[in-house]
Ligand binder design. Structure first.
Ligand SMILES: [Zn+2]
Length: 115
């Protein structure tokens, strides 16, 4: 189900995450991202063009930039969620949306706690 909101909310817990800041990666690049009190992290793709790349960055961020661990992570050991900002409506919407839609996107990853 699609939800619309005027503020950015975490797709997992509904809390308001930190505003995006520049985060240095160990590889000399930076990403824009932030985190949520529930433990979720996100990467902000202001262009809406990065798609898989932004998702990979978010996953790597959730795994402290350990790409091997991130990509070896079993399906089901984390949750993913996308929020996009519709400029015209000035609203945040959950869900990936149409890939041709160049809305800014927030790729959220929440690692599930080990039992
Ligand atoms: Zn949250």
């Amino acid at each position: 189900m699609e939800e619309r909101s005027k503020i950015l909310q975490c797709p997992f817990c509904g809390e308001v995450p930190t505003v995006p800041v520049e985060i240095d990666t160990p590889f000399g690049s930076t990403v824009d991202g932030g985190n949520c009190p529930c433990g979720a992290v996100y990467v902000y793709d202001r262009t809406g063009r990065m798609l898989g790349e932004a998702f990979s960055d978010a996953l790597a961020l959730a795994y402290e930039w350990n790409y091997d661990a991130a990509f070896a992570a079993a399906e089901g050991s984390y949750e993913e969620g996308v929020v996009r900002f519709n400029k015209r409506a000035r609203k945040f919407m959950t869900g990936e949306g149409d890939p041709r839609d160049r809305s800014a996107r927030f790729y959220f990853i929440l690692r599930k706690k080990a039992d």
